[in-house]
Design a protein around this ligand. Structure first.
Ligand code: FES
Length: 81
């Protein structure tokens, strides 16, 4: 979806920039020249950038957790006997 029609910037471009390490709106604006004509896109671009950051943080949190502990196989046998 286009976020900035004036500069041809999509939500996927912003998401990719966040994945590549961008964390400041100033950098999004400078990289894509977003918001420099009518500026109606800036708030939506900020929302998409923040959501992308939150999604990445959640993914990193999930990757750092231990896998769920499954009951030992022997315990399963005893429980079903
Ligand atoms: S829509 Fe982004 S500057 Fe106009």
């Amino acid at each position: 979806m286009y976020v900035c029609v004036c500069a041809g910037v999509t939500d996927r471009m912003i998401e990719a920039a966040v994945r590549d390490g961008t964390r400041r709106m100033k950098d999004i604006v400078e990289t894509f020249q977003l918001g420099k004509t009518c500026a109606t896109c800036v708030e939506m671009a900020q929302d998409i950038m923040q959501q992308s950051i939150n999604n990445l943080d959640l993914a990193y949190d999930l990757m750092s957790q231990e896998p769920a502990q499954l009951p030992a196989y022997e315990n399963n046998l005893q429980m079903s006997a």
